[in-house]
Write a protein that binds this ligand. Structure first.
Ligand code: MRU
Length: 359
C-alpha cells in the first residue's frame, strides 16, 4: 500500500477523472504556461498525440488507452458487432497518430485483446476503462522499479547526460531515464545532469529542465551541438536516455540525436544506457532497420516557435527519431531487470521470466 500512496502523490501528466473525462497537461505550452485540457472526446486525445500535447513513448500509449476508454463510453450502439466495429475504427484512428513509439500499438492491442471474448457492451466499457487505468498505474510502478535497477549502475558522484525528455512528462509519472537519474541523485550517485536542448522541438530545454528544476536536481542546459565538447572534456560519467522502440536484437529507436550521443560515449569510453519499460520492446522486429521513423513537418526545422530561421522555400528534412545499434549500448534497464549484450538472449529472457514469475 505504501507504494500505491507514493504513486498517487507523484506528478502525473494525464489522469482519468471520475466524471468519465480525461485531463492532460498541454506540453506544447511548457514552460511558459501550465494549461490542462479536459475532454470526453477520443478525437481530442488523438489530436493531442499528433500535435505532441502529450508525447513520450509510454505517455503516448497511456493516452491512447484513455482515448479508447472515451470512445467506448461515447459509442451509443446497442448492437455488439456495430459497437465493436466503431471501437475498432477509433482504435485505428488512435494508432495512426504517430508511428515510432510501439507503446501506442501495444496499449491498443492489449485492450482489444482483453475484450475479445466479451459479449456485453456494458462489460466491455467497464473493462476498457479499468484496463486503461491499470496500464497507467503499471507504468508508474515500472518506472519506480526501473529507477532502482538503473541507479545501481551509475558511477558514484558523477554527472549524467540525457537527451530529449524521458521524465514524468513522457510517461504515466516519475519517468524512465529521468526516473533513473532522480533515484541516482537521491542516492548521491548523480551530482548533476546535463540536458540537451533537443532541437527541433526543444523537449530537453522546455520539459527536462522544467522537471529537474521542480525536483531540485542541479541541471545544466547545453545545445545539441555542445555534446561532443562536454563529453570530451570529461564532464560526464554516463549517458542515460529513454526509448521509443527496442527491437529483438537490442537496436533502439529514440529521439533524433540519440545515435550520435551513443557514438560519442563509445569514443570517450563512458557507458551509454537505455531505460525503458518492457511495453517499449517490439519482439516482432529483428533489427532496427525495420523500425518506422516518423518524418515531421519541415517547418519545425525552418522555424523556431513560428519565427523563420531559414530562407523561405528552404528544403528541410525532419526525422523525429534515429536508431542506435545495440553494440553501442552498455545496458538496457527495464522494470524486469537489466539486459546486457548479447541482447537477443537477454531481451527474450525478460519475457520468459515474466511467464515464470506469474505462474
Ligand atoms: O517526439 P517525442 O517528444 O514523443 O519523443 C520522445 C522521446 O524520444 C523520448 O526519449 C522517448 O519517448 C522515451 S520517453 C520515456
Amino acid at each position: 500500500m505504501g507504494m500505491m500512496t507514493e504513486e498517487r502523490d507523484e506528478f502525473r501528466p494525464i489522469e482519468w477523472l471520475t466524471s468519465g473525462k480525461v485531463r492532460f497537461l498541454d506540453q506544447t505550452l511548457l514552460p511558459a504556461d501550465e494549461a490542462w485540457v479536459e475532454t470526453d472526446d477520443y478525437r481530442v486525445v488523438a489530436d493531442a498525440i499528433r500535435r505532441l500535447q502529450v508525447r513520450g513513448a509510454p505517455l503516448i500509449g497511456i493516452s491512447a488507452a484513455y482515448g479508447l476508454a472515451l470512445a467506448a463510453r461515447s459509442i451509443d450502439e446497442a448492437d455488439v458487432p456495430a459497437f465493436r466495429s466503431r471501437l475498432r475504427k477509433a482504435a485505428e484512428e488512435l494508432a495512426a497518430t504517430r508511428p515510432t513509439a510501439i507503446n501506442l500499438q501495444w496499449a491498443i492491442d492489449r485492450i482489444l485483446r482483453l475484450i475479445e471474448d466479451m459479449t456485453e457492451i456494458g462489460q466491455m466499457r467497464d473493462a476498457i476503462v479499468a484496463d486503461a487505468r491499470r496500464i497507467h498505474d503499471e507504468d508508474v510502478r515500472a518506472n519506480r522499479t526501473m529507477a532502482e535497477h538503473g541507479a545501481a549502475l551509475l558511477e558514484k558522484g558523477g554527472a549524467a547526460l540525457t537527451h530529449c525528455n524521458a521524465g514524468a512528462l513522457a510517461t504515466g509519472g516519475y519517468g524512465t531515464a529521468l526516473g533513473v537519474l532522480r533515484k541516482g541523485w537521491e542516492q548521491g550517485a548523480v551530482t548533476q545532469v546535463y540536458a540537451t536542448e533537443t532541437r527541433p522541438l526543444l523537449q530537453g530545454a522546455r520539459l527536462t529542465v522544467w522537471e529537474l528544476q521542480r525536483a531540485g536536481i542541479p541541471v545544466t542546459l547545453i545545445t545539441d551541438t555542445a555534446t561532443g565538447s562536454v563529453i570530451k572534456r570529461g564532464l560526464v560519467s554516463e549517458v542515460v536516455v529513454g526509448a521509443d522502440r527496442i527491437v529483438a536484437n537490442g537496436d533502439v529507436a529514440n529521439k533524433i540525436g540519440t545515435y550520435q550521443l551513443a557514438v560519442l560515449a563509445r569514443e570517450h569510453d563512458i557507458p551509454f544506457y537505455i531505460a525503458a519499460p518492457t511495453s517499449t520492446i517490439d519482439l516482432s522486429i529483428a533489427n532496427g532497420d525495420a523500425i518506422p521513423i516518423e518524418e515531421r513537418s519541415p517547418e519545425e526545422v525552418t522555424n523556431v516557435k513560428g519565427v523563420a530561421t531559414a530562407p523561405s522555400r528552404t528544403e528541410a528534412a525532419n526525422p523525429a527519431f534515429d536508431v542506435t545499434p545495440a553494440r553501442y549500448i552498455a545496458a538496457i534497464v527495464t522494470e524486469r531487470g537489466v539486459a546486457r549484450a548479447p541482447y537477443e538472449e537477454s531481451i527474450s529472457a525478460l519475457f520468459q521470466d515474466k511467464v515464470e514469475t506469474r505462474g
